[in-house]
Design a protein around this ligand. Structure first.
Ligand code: PEP
Ligand code: MG
Length: 577
């Protein structure tokens, strides 16, 4: 028996077979195909080429700003090879002539060109050999992953160094029933983590060296907060114990379903608002079965990321209208907060070259980008103002760092309204505006910002990384990227106090809002509005119903703020719950 600890991402207990993602390339088999299978084989080939291109484009956009532009050029070369008519038509011709499976044809053609380029004297051409080999492997990966790995993951617990968001999407789209995920990579606020929660897959991250271990037979994955671990070669007693624990967890989940329709009111009668975060189509669909009161964060960048170019006003109206129609059917307050484009750093657009920066998280992102591209910003504001007419739709601006930015934003908003009026297009002349408080400088100017906006929403994912100076995507400093660190909590307490003093609504929409322990701390600072993934709402609601709001304010706040580290904070909160 061996227990490897990790960070809980989505809660669950799973006993099942592990699937250790192989670091080795899969061996290519050779088999004959019948002439009537030719068309299907050609489709597989075309799909593999498209898949390889998509993967490269994704890689390119996710690396932008993190590596030098010269290093990214290699990916362009690979994309060009994938478009090379000579190479592709040769593969097609040989497939028809030889009638053997396409992966074997790709392997043979690639080998031929690799040998040819290797023979050349010019080092530039010799480098081409490596590029062609690399691209060939990408195409073969597409063909083999599609066939074997995805299916092999069915009903297994995936153990891997890391996993890309696109891979999780692929599994989801192929209806693969993945029982759990264990990664070495850590990043509780990364997009992969957010997706794992969206899809409801029990997941732990930051499990040291798991991809280098040997995994056989049954394993236990416990992704509950506070006990998150994966157990190798468990004893019979342990299996029995976790089966019992799982029964309890399932019972809680069943009970949680009954919370739908109930207001999230504390034991002493204080109403708490629980909104949903929307970061993609899956979240939008999840709104049909959510317990949310409304949507506290519509991350609009997913529309931009999935489009071929900056989405038109009409395309945006379509999305916001769809979101509103779903929000309208919810039981609660039914607010819809649309956040304007928050692009940059880890969120890149495939059709737009962002500048290469040494520190992209401290660079050209969020409102800094949209203020520099006013036309893109104005199109989005037009769409929001048009859909918001007569509805509880609000607009929120990301990454605001100083007052000048919000003043500029408000001027543009006013001018967009004038423009719509002149054009005789229907729009709302009044829309509530808010800012994300996620940059430390903004945290110290809440009184000043209160003169310009109606509400604040705490982006604790970014706020934590900036206060702790710990990159939210770095595995090495993940131990510092902790929202329950006393320093982060003191800043949040200060923001809450200022916002409440200035009669402004304040909510939290970072991942912290979906953690029941953290919610208790935040409520002790007087915060009563939270926005999180739909899947996190039942557990948070369950805890809220039992809390006494005035008591935690009196007894818990000072204790938490006086702690020396996050472990002490967690111990106090756990004892309280
Ligand atoms: C945050 O920073 O906490 C936040 C909600 O925004 P995002 O995760 O999209 O940066
Ligand atoms: Mg943010």
């Amino acid at each position: 028996m061996e227990k490897i600890m990790g960070k809980a991402i989505f809660e669950g207990i799973v006993i099942g077979e592990p699937y250790l993602r192989s670091q080795k390339k899969s061996r290519v088999l050779e088999y004959k195909i019948e002439p009537h299978m030719l068309a299907d084989e050609m489709i597989r080939f075309e799909k593999a080429i498209q898949g390889a291109k998509q993967e490269l484009k994704f890689l390119k956009s996710s690396l932008k700003g993190k590596v030098k532009s010269n290093d990214l050029k290699i990916l362009n070369v690979h994309l060009m090879i994938l478009d090379d008519p000579v190479l592709l038509s040769e593969m097609g011709k040989r497939l028809k002539a030889e009638l053997i499976n396409i992966e074997k044809i790709v392997l043979d053609v690639v080998e031929f060109y690799v040998e040819m380029f290797k023979e050349m004297k010019n080092p530039v051409y010799r480098q081409r050999a490596i590029d062609i080999q690399d691209v060939g492997e990408k195409i073969i990966d597409q063909l083999t992953v599609e066939n074997c790995e995805l299916n092999e993951l069915e009903n297994k617990i995936l153990i891997t160094k890391e996993i890309l968001p696109s891979e999780l999407f692929k599994m989801h789209h192929n209806n693969i029933n993945l029982l759990g995920i264990v990664t070495e990579y850590s990043g509780a606020t990364s997009h992969v983590a957010i997706l794992a929660k969206t899809f409801g897959i029990p997941t732990i991250m930051g499990a040291k060296d798991v991809s280098r271990m040997k995994w056989v037979d049954k394993i236990i994955l416990d992704s509950r907060k506070g006990s998150a671990c994966v157990i190798k070669s468990p004893t019979e007693d342990q299996i029995e114990h976790y089966k019992e624990e799982n029964k309890k967890l399932e019972l809680i989940k069943e009970e949680n379903k009954k919370l739908k329709g109930l207001e999230a009111r504390t034991a002493d009668g204080v109403e708490i608002i629980l909104n949903a975060n929307i970061g993609g189509i899956t979240d939008l669909i999840a709104l049909d079965n959510t317990m949310a009161d409304g949507v506290g964060l519509l991350r609009t960048e997913f529309l931009y990321m999935e489009s071929k170019f900056f989405p038109t006003e009409e395309k945006q109206i379509e999305l916001y209208e769809k979101a509103y129609q779903k929000v309208k059917k919810l039981d609660g307050e039914k607010e819809l907060i649309i956040r304007t484009l928050d692009i940059g750093a880890d969120k890149q657009l495939p059709y737009y070259e962002m500048p290469i920066e040494e520190n992209p998280f401290l660079g050209f992102r969020g409102i800094r980008f949209t203020l520099a591209h006013e036309n893109i910003f104005r199109t989005q504001l037009r769409a929001i103002l048009r859909v918001a007419k007569g509805r509880s739709i609000k607009v929120m601006f990301p990454m605001i760092s100083n007052l000048d930015e919000i003043i500029q934003v408000k001027k543009i908003l006013a001018s967009v309204k004038d423009e719509l009026k002149e054009e005789g297009i229907e729009y709302t002349p009044y829309i509530e505006t808010g800012i994300m408080v996620e940059v430390p400088s903004a945290a110290f100017l809440i009184d000043k910002f209160s003169e310009h906006v109606d509400f604040f929403s705490l982006g604790t994912n970014d706020l934590t990384q900036y206060i702790m100076a710990a990159d939210r995507l770095s595995a090495d400093v993940a131990y510092l990227n902790e929202s329950l660190e006393p320093a982060v909590l003191r800043v949040i307490d200060k923001i809450a106090k200022e916002a409440i003093n200035n009669n402004k609504k304040i909510s939290v929409c970072g991942e912290m809002a979906g953690d029941p322990l953290a919610v208790v701390a935040l409520m002790s600072f007087g915060i009563k509005r939270f926005s999180m993934l739909s899947t996190s709402i039942p557990m948070v609601k369950r805890v809220i119903l039992k809390l006494n709001c005035s008591e935690i304010r009196k007894t818990l706040r000072d204790k938490i703020l006086d702690c020396n580290n996050s472990d002490e904070v967690k111990t106090i909160l756990k004892q309280y719950i």
